[in-house]
Ligand binder design. Structure first.
Ligand SMILES: [Zn+2]
Length: 176
């Protein structure tokens, strides 16, 4: 059968067995705030400002997981306008997102995260972050990757105004 004749059926199937989502988050550094990344409290002179505990790693992963399932984003699930979301535990938000995609028939395959910041160094905290995130996501620690990068001194990240986080998640499920 010619390729043209096949396209439009299987190739456009919305409920593919394997899906990918991306998430991005950034927060400004602020004195007197805790620094929580990937559900782990990190000793630091500055923390991150923002609604909730400003855990940019959990926020980016939450968006990646929801995005992979086509289920919106963290802002829709936990609006800033709702006082109940102020200082909400970001691990709890990620858990809720995982439950929502599970209810839609998906399970998390793996997650890969890049944290872009001039400081602090993530290396000493990486294993604990991976273990915590794996527990929340319901996967083995080997299915979670957390990488630290600097921005080579450039721009707002280089000036240490804040940090950014990019996450990719795969989901399995809905195969028939
Ligand atoms: Zn955030």
């Amino acid at each position: 059968m010619p390729r043209e004749a096949r396209s439009g059926s299987s190739e456009k199937r919305p409920d593919a067995a394997y899906r990918v989502g991306i998430g991005y988050d950034s927060h400004r550094f602020a004195a007197g705030r805790p620094l929580v990344l990937g559900g782990i409290r990190i000793e630091s002179e500055v923390g991150l400002a923002g609604h909730s505990d400003a855990d940019a790693v959990c926020h980016a992963i939450t968006d990646a997981v929801l995005g992979a399932a086509g289920l919106g984003d963290i802002g829709e699930m936990f609006p800033d306008s709702d006082p109940a979301n102020k200082d909400r535990d970001s691990v709890g938000m990620l858990e809720a997102a995982v439950r929502r995609v599970a209810a839609a028939g998906y399970s998390v395959g793996n997650v890969d995260v890049s944290v872009i910041a001039e400081a602090p160094r993530l290396g000493p905290h990486r294993d604990r972050m991976k273990a915590r995130l794996a527990d929340v996501l319901g996967v083995d620690a080997g299915a979670v990757s957390v990488k630290g990068k600097t921005n080579e001194g450039m721009g707002w990240i280089g000036r240490k105004e804040g940090l950014a986080c990019i996450a990719v998640a795969t989901l399995f499920g809905k195969s028939e």
